[in-house]
Ligand binder design. Structure first.
Ligand code: ADP
Ligand code: MG
Length: 474
């Protein structure tokens, strides 16, 4: 058995219980009872690394750091474990023990897998259950990350941290931004890159919940290694979604010191949150300023070109040949977050396969009607001026400037035309928004563009693209 694989569910001893898990599983009480039953030494060696991985309607999943310990528990402590959990919560649950490696990249030492009867010391060598890393998602790499204006800085900084190791100005590296914007993706990418470059480096990636649960456990349980000591072997520590540390102030002092200890010892710390360090709720000022003392980078919502590029990449990765209009439609409509964008693409592809329908924009509108309703926003004159200036590589100020040169005047007319067709603004309103021009100028612009789109293919194409970008009917 190799590290990183989990066992199939075993010992599904069903009793008269309902099968539903009571919400308040007191794991500390289970640990205490186990400790009392098996004795100090056996507990410390074999059972102290057991941690709750997941409690759900299907049962309880516990984790251990190595398959050796997993195997030993299965063979020697399975019954006492089932009994003890049963006694604590009053129903018998399927209990599953999975292996979560100590470090994301720690390979099974050959002798452990080959010799299950090895001396206990070998098993406890890695016994500090809180240092179990979550697995890194192999899909989240730098190669699969699409760069754009919104995430350029975050991407470049992440690469630098991964490639060059801890540097004073980059530690901690703090990534923040709204949900679904690629923070976790970048953290995993850093992990993967560090491991590829330095196979011996130890990368520890945890959710903030796990981090703090383990932290608290380490503080409470004097038998385990101290928090700091157990971090000695870590080269890169990543804690995701730090906003959840809110309210755990009793541990903040210790966290602060641990944090200093790590950075002073040349360890790279990478953190993420949905907001910047100084906006974290219930965090002491001293800790806030420490968290923000390295490089803090915000990931922004991707602009439409990036959204389109992301969709194209996902479609390529899935070997899907999707019509450009459909991708454009999704990219222009779903603006807030990449996860949603991906979800929409998946939904659409599934629906078209299921129904054997061709993937057209009409089909997309029909299938994703709920999303479209949610995301259809009102286009403003501002949006139009920005989009047009961007598209024609002009400055936003050119929209309102008195310049009459053709390369500025024509795009300005396009923008006025779009304002008339995509918003409910009147001619005088539009004129005012374009540097206080007269309403007759706007009428003239609208008529000019209307005439030109029937004759000038290039202009027509530009108008079509802008229309699509702004969320009008393609
Ligand atoms: P966050 O952690 O910021 O909430 P995630 O990293 O989980 O967001 O990203 C959500 C989804 O969107 C993931 O599947 C991720 O791969 C994808 N994603 C986000 N940004 C990008 C990007 N720039 N390029 C490719 N995929 C992205
Ligand atoms: Mg995340």
């Amino acid at each position: 058995m190799t590290l990183g694989t989990s066992t199939e569910p075993t010992a599904h001893a069903q009793s008269g219980g309902t099968g539903t898990v009571p919400s308040g599983l007191n794991w500390a009480a289970v640990q205490q009872a186990l400790h009392a039953k098996v004795g100090e030494d056996d507990y410390r060696v074999w059972l102290s690394s057991l941690a709750v991985d997941k409690v759900s309607g299907e049962g309880l999943t516990l984790s251990v750091p190595t398959s050796f310990i997993q195997d030993w528990i299965e063979r020697n402590y399975r019954d006492v474990l089932t009994e003890t959990v049963h006694a604590e919560i009053g129903v018998t649950l399927p209990i599953r023990i999975s292996v979560v490696p100590v470090f994301a990249n720690l390979k099974a030492p050959a002798q452990v897998a080959a010799a299950p009867a090895a001396a206990p010391e070998e098993a406890v060598a890695e016994d500090a259950s809180w240092t179990q890393s979550l697995r890194l998602d192999p899909r989240y790499t730098f190669a699969s990350f699409v760069e754009g204006k919104s995430n350029q800085f975050a991407y470049a900084a992440a690469r630098r941290v991964a490639e060059e190791g801890p540097q004073p100005g980059f530690n901690p590296f703090f990534l923040h931004g709204g949900v679904g914007l690629g923070k976790t993706h970048l953290m995993h990418a850093i992990g993967a890159e560090v491991m590829a470059r330095r196979p011996k480096a130890r990368v520890l990636y945890l959710s903030s919940e796990q981090f703090f649960n383990r932290f608290v456990r380490a503080l409470r349980d004097r038998n385990t290694l101290t928090f700091k000591d157990s971090l000695r072997g870590v080269d890169v520590l990543m804690v995701d979604d730090l906003q959840f540390i809110a309210g755990k102030d009793a541990t903040q002092e210790e966290f602060f010191h641990t944090f200093n200890f790590l950075t002073e010892n040349g360890k790279q710390i990478i953190l993420s949150a949905d907001r910047s360090p100084h906006e974290l709720p219930n965090v002491e000022d001293r800790l806030k300023s420490r968290l923000g003392s390295g490089l803090t980078v915000q990931v922004h919502a991707p602009e439409v070109e990036t959204r389109l590029a992301i969709l194209q990449k996902k479609a390529e990765d899935l070997r899907l040949d999707l019509p450009g209009e459909v991708l454009t439609l999704l990219a222009t409509t779903i603006a807030s977050n990449v996860r949603e964008l991906e979800g929409a693409l998946n939904r659409l592809v599934a629906a078209s396969r299921l129904m054997g329908s061709e993937l057209t924009t009409d089909f997309a509108r029909e299938q994703l009607a709920d999303l479209f309703r949610l995301h259809t926003r009102v286009v403003t004159v501002d949006d139009i001026q920005k989009a047009v200036a961007d598209h024609f590589k002009l400055r936003l100020a050119d929209m309102g400037s008195p310049r009459r040169a053709r390369e500025v005047a024509r795009p300005r007319q396009v923008a006025m035309y779009l304002c008339k067709t995509l918003t409910s603004k009147s001619y005088p309103d539009i004129g005012r928004a374009f540097g206080g021009r007269d309403h007759t100028t706007v009428i003239h612009a609208v008529e000019t563009i209307e005439a030109l789109v029937t004759k000038d293919a290039e202009l027509a194409e530009n108008v079509r693209i802008l229309n699509a970008l702004l969320g009008g009917k393609a």
